[in-house]
Design a protein. Structure first.
Lengths: 223, 278
């Protein structure tokens, strides 16, 4: 990649898009896990299963995923459906491995379990209101914080998933830059990760501000 | 002994046994692999050859397993000790009512928690001269990046005890400072958090090494975590991958690789279960 402009690689060659797609798709099972856990759809008896699955390192799951794609479509299948399949499987690996899904399910349940012990939630239940809608605004800051930490963990996993599944992205760019001791490439890739992290911080702050405004104006006095 | 205490002791013993086996394996690791012996190519385990079989070049898989243990064990232990030390410091600081410590821990957490850990690790690996290539600096960096979580948990556990009031109450009973801080606080109350967090870090460092070596192996590049003459457990996984894709008779290597990964995960879980909070 000598002499190539890194910006054009990131934007025109799809490095940025692929990484964002991977993270966004991996985000779906995590958010679903959090929501289902908060609503009580996932039994705590299944925690053993999630914990077991969550212990699997991403490299092992990615190894099986890439073996499947390579056997089915060939090692050099990087266009069309196989390329999408690599992204989908990569997102699945990111969403499941390293305790991502299990952490989302168990973490959300424990936050809700603590909150529902509060007196105001029990009073709301006596009034015939829902536990979930009453507790949600108060646990959201904690859940948003957890979510940011999980996305950061995902960004770590992105490097492994992209390289093993042969997906061009910022993670694979960072890896190849490190192996070749190419400081320019590593700086650019690290800068992109720093931008992601900053965007996440800003989003967290905005979400918390919006939530505080909602809580400030939400109570409606009975007429 | 109560049933819960027996269970806890059994889990701890299981974890300690695996850790002991890892340490012994790392000490028994050969410096160089045996010469290739094509007459014994891809032997299955327990079929008369080396106990775990051989790879495609006829090299015993046991040697890869031992060398892999040699690569990961000491750096993983040192990383776990770094986290344990920092967690103890955070817990004691809360009990000693050092007010600025909480702010410092918060600042440290925000700072190191803002970047993906693997990105920082790769930058450290890049900055390292090739002749210093080892898992030690990478593992310790990972431990420092993971430490804020452990420090925060240890500090809150100490806070739940009552912090400075707890120390004051024990002083009133006539206990010495050493006994209060090291026995009552660290051993009796922070032990669970410290063991759990350290075991987690140990597992993470082992998995990190496997991941980094696998990535290098898959691109036929030198590893960032060990010298070229040494092989990590990632080699077994990579050979397993070529078995799946290329149809080579090396599934036993994949099996051994995954078993070693599972044993490491089980070790961390066993320590975790053994150190349940009081």
């Amino acid at each position: 990649m000598q002499g190539q402009k890194i910006v054009s690689m990131l934007v025109d060659d799809g490095y940025l898009v692929n990484t964002v797609l991977l993270v966004v798709m991996a985000f779906i099972p995590v958010v679903f896990g959090m929501f289902a856990s908060a609503k009580g759809w996932i039994s705590s008896k299944l925690d053993v299963v999630w914990n077991g699955a969550g212990l699997t390192p991403s490299v092992i799951l990615a190894l099986f995923a890439t073996a499947y794609v390579t056997i089915t479509y060939g090692a050099s299948s990087h266009d069309g459906w196989p390329a999408w399949l690599r992204l989908i499987l990569g997102a699945g690996v990111l969403g499941l491995a390293d305790g991502m899904f299990s952490g989302a399910v168990i973490g959300t349940r424990s936050v809700f379990a603590e909150e529902t012990k509060q007196r105001y939630v029990q009073m709301a239940i006596l009034r015939g209101e829902r536990e979930f809608t009453n507790a949600l605004p108060n646990v959201l800051p904690a859940l948003i914080g957890q979510l940011r930490a999980r996305i950061l963990l995902m960004l770590s996993g992105v490097v492994i998933v992209e390289v093993v599944l042969d997906v061009v992205g910022i993670g694979s760019l960072l890896w190849s830059g490190t192996l070749k001791q190419d400081f320019g490439v590593v700086l650019a890739a690290t800068f992109m990760f720093a931008v992601f992290s900053s965007v996440l911080l800003v989003l967290q702050a905005l979400a918390e501000i919006a939530l505080n405004i909602f809580i400030r104006y939400a109570p409606v006095e009975a007429s | 002994m109560r049933r819960a205490a027996w269970k806890s002791a059994a889990w701890t013993a299981a974890g300690a046994s695996i850790l002991g086996a890892l340490v012994l394996a790392s000490l028994a690791a050969p410096e160089f692999l045996s010469r290739p012996n094509l007459a014994e190519s891809a032997l299955l385990p327990f079929t008369g050859g080396p106990i775990l079989g051989t790879d495609i070049r006829g090299i015993p898989i046991t040697e890869y397993a031992l060398q892999g243990a040699g690569v990961v064990t000491m750096p993983a232990l040192v990383s776990a000790l770094v986290v344990a030390f920092l967690a103890i410091v955070a817990g004691l600081a809360r009990c000693a009512a050092i007010s600025w410590a909480d702010t410092a821990i918060q600042l440290f957490s925000e700072l190191v928690g803002a970047l993906p850990r693997l990105v920082v690790v790769l930058v450290v690996a890049l900055a390292m001269p090739a002749e210093w290539r080892s898992l030690f600096p990478i593992g310790v960096t990972w431990a420092l990046l993971a430490a804020p979580g452990a420090m925060d948990e240890a500090a809150s556990t100490a806070g739940r005890l009552g912090g400075a009031k707890f120390v004051e109450a024990l002083r009133a009973h006539g206990f010495t400072a050493t006994r209060i801080y090291l026995y009552h606080i660290v051993w009796l109350n922070l032990r669970g958090v410290i063991v759990r967090q350290s075991a987690d870090i140990m597992m993470q460092v082992v998995f990190l090494e496997i991941a980094l070596s696998y990535l290098a192996e898959s691109q036929q590049q030198p590893s960032l975590t060990h010298q070229d003459s040494t092989f990590s457990w990632a080699r077994l996984l990579y050979d397993g991958y070529t078995a799946i894709v290329g149809g080579l008779p090396l599934f036993h290597e994949l099996f051994v690789g995954i078993t070693l990964v599972a044993a490491t995960a089980f070790m961390a879980q066993a320590f975790r279960r053994g150190a349940q909070a009081r």
